[in-house]
Write a protein that binds this ligand. Structure first.
Ligand code: CA
Length: 233
């Protein structure tokens, strides 16, 4: 059967497959190697609760909101009303901003337009009673400190690590991004990022040095570098 390269031709119209976005320095979680790295990990306490609450960001700018919602639900923080679930309560990307203290940090409209920076991420987390958030700009920290703190956290229950990094530094497309860390593999020195833009990338295992480098990039919205946040009760 013949075909022609007209506007209606399916080959000419087809958008690039998602696999074209995948890059070689990362190990995708949905591969045999990606699975093995989790099995061999000795620092994966946070993987299980985060998996139970893993969500896709609601819009292109909501990576921070989706990440926060995953962590607050994993920490079992008292959630606001959720009309659609009647008497059951859970954090959603919609009801997260119903707390007036949260809106004081930054409004949902502003986040939907331009996302959030590292300080705002910490401020939004701490706007809920009982949540403690420690913000670390990468330029004030080091690869060794980041690795030590993040690995210790991933070996403990009831606390979490969120990372704010520049995607293109780890070879992804392209801008600033936020997601939780779920595990660390000791033998390969890689962290598992539970990427909340699930329409675009699978969770990936990234070398700690590359992740730190991607966090140690300037965020023009704050004039400071990106970094990481440790969250607990
Ligand atoms: Ca933890």
């Amino acid at each position: 059967m013949g075909f022609s390269l007209t506007a209606g031709n399916i080959l000419a119209q087809k958008s690039p497959p998602v696999s074209n976005l995948r890059v070689s320095n990362l190990i995708e979680f949905d591969t045999t190697e990606g699975e093995s790295l989790l099995m061999e990990s000795k620092s994966k306490k946070d993987f299980f609760p985060l998996t139970m609450h893993f969500v896709t960001q609601d819009n292109l700018a909501y990576c921070g909101v989706a990440s926060i919602v995953m962590v607050l639900n994993s920490l079992k923080i008292a959630a606001p009303e959720t009309p659609e679930y009647r008497r059951y309560k859970i954090f959603t990307q919609e009801n997260f901003f119903s707390n007036p203290k949260t809106q004081q940090v930054i409004s949902s409209e502003k986040v939907a337009r331009g996302g959030m920076n590292l300080q705002q991420l910490g401020g939004l987390l701490a706007s809920y009673d009982g949540v403690k958030a420690q913000v670390y700009h990468a330029s004030d920290s080091s690869l060794a400190e980041f690795r030590k703190l993040a690995v210790a956290n991933l070996q403990q229950s009831d606390n979490y690590v969120l990372v704010n990094y520049l995607r293109k530094e780890i070879g992804q497309e392209t801008g600033g991004h936020i997601s939780p860390l779920a595990a660390y593999n000791e033998a390969t020195d890689r962290f598992l990022i539970m990427d909340v833009s699930r329409y675009k990338y699978p969770p990936v295992w990234v070398k700690s040095a590359e992740l730190y480098q991607a966090m140690n990039t300037n965020d023009s919205s704050s004039g400071k570098t990106r970094g990481f946040v440790l969250v607990g009760r």
